[in-house]
Design a protein around this ligand. Structure first.
Ligand SMILES: Cc1c2[nH]c(c1CCC(=O)O)Cc1[nH]c(c(CCC(=O)O)c1C)Cc1[nH]c(c(CCC(=O)O)c1C)Cc1[nH]c(c(C)c1CCC(=O)O)C2
Length: 343
């Protein structure tokens, strides 16, 4: 029997209880992950379907989340676009050749996802055979992906990205248009392979002024979602991190579900986003609260979200590597018990 509570909540249908999963739920806070990760590099793990599937399943088996998220990374398709991608321990992703001029944009290809990323599609097929909860596929949003390409890795102030927007808007648009096409095809391929929902991560949307978000980030997300609506009916989740001041815009992205970070009260957000389902939004560091306070936090969040047209409990951003696994368990159980899941 398939547990479809998560998919029903995405579509705004009534559910017996509130479904829960955590962004970055497969990862370094789990000793079980560390054990497999030790055998090779992060990119090797992403590209080995049996192992990627195994680490995807770990949090489901350990904590009983209501959805699984494919183990991969938003930057994997950037490699397929013809870029060199490295992960440096302690520093995160690095693109040694940043994309900052016309020639670098011309060098990018729009890859066939089935040919260039067969390991992703194979991981999805393995997972669909093994899972009893829905599988979420994902991508980065074009703006967020572009920041890594233009900056050459992670950034704090995004000077090079904003400089390109403001001083070379045509170059910026050419780059974003290629990333958008790649992402659209990549998500469609994930749905064809068996992904049952798709999440678009816009991790850096919140660094933009609303007028720049509207011009330089939102149209590309809208374009991807329009394409997806032509080819698949899986629910689409759009997570614009640090985006509570952008809700007037993000509601026009075309998604079924809006992901929320923790900087806004979820009840206030629900009043603003009308007929969308919402996903979120516990501060990931609230998982470090003493047990009873953590449980109370979870209860309060569920109370605040009671008028939602669909609520998927999640963190407001990814779970931190330092999180004690037993604290994740307390939160998942609290969501299930308080929202009425039968044992
Ligand atoms: C911005 C971003 C990235 N990747 C991702 C985002 C968007 C979400 C967010 O905002 O957090 C998305 C992502 N990355 C990973 C997943 C797997 C699925 C899951 O959520 O469990 C997902 C959905 C695995 C990962 N992606 C990465 C790891 C750690 C790799 C390791 O094991 O050493 C994992 C498990 C590496 C990664 N990947 C990225 C960074 C900045 C880093 C290094 C920083 C860090 O260490 O947290 C880019």
């Amino acid at each position: 029997m398939m547990n479809d509570t998560f998919l029903r909540a995405c579509r705004g249908e009534k559910t017996d209880y509130t479904p829960v999963w955590f962004m970055r739920q497969a990862g370094r806070y789990l000793p079980e992950y560390q054990k497999i990760r030790k055998k090779g590099t992060f990119l090797d793990l992403c590209k080995t379907p049996e192992l990627a599937a195994e680490v995807t399943l770990q949090p489901i088996d350990i904590f009983g989340m209501d959805a699984a998220i494919l183990f991969s990374d938003i930057l994997i398709p950037m490699e397929a676009m013809n870029l060199t991608l490295e992960f440096h321990e302690g520093r995160g992703p690095v693109f040694p050749d940043p994309v900052r001029d016309q020639q670098a944009v011309d060098n990018l290809i729009v890859p066939d996802p089935d040919e260039t990323m067969p390991f992703v599609m194979e991981t999805i097929r393995i997972l669909r055979r093994e899972l009893k909860v829905p599988l979420i596929g994902f991508s980065g949003a074009p703006f967020t992906l572009a920041t890594y390409l233009i900056e050459g890795g992670s950034s704090k102030v995004f000077l090079e990205t904003k400089r390109m927007m403001f001083q070379a808007p045509e170059l910026y648009d050419a780059l974003l248009t290629k990333i958008t096409r790649c992402t659209s095809l990549y998500l469609q391929a994930q749905a064809r392979a068996g992904a049952q929902a798709l999440q678009i991560f816009d991790s850096w949307a919140g660094v933009l002024a609303p007028c720049d978000y509207e011009r330089f980030a939102l149209p590309y997300v809208q374009s991807i979602i329009r394409d997806l609506r032509q080819t698949t009916d899986v629910p689409i989740i759009y997570f614009a991190n640090n985006g509570s001041t952008l809700l007037g815009h993000t509601t026009t992205a075309g998604a079924d579900v809006l992901g929320l970070d923790w900087r806004i009260n979820i009840g206030d957000a629900i009043r603003k986003v009308g007929d969308h389902a919402v996903q979120g939004n516990l501060d990931p560091i609230a998982l470090f609260l003493p047990r009873d306070e953590l449980r109370q936090r979870v209860h309060r969040l569920l109370d605040d979200a009671r008028d939602a047209r669909g609520h998927i409990f999640n963190l407001g951003h990814g779970i931190l590597p330092q999180t004690p696994p037993e604290q994740a368990k307390i939160a998942v159980d609290a969501v299930h018990e308080y929202s009425g899941k039968k044992a």
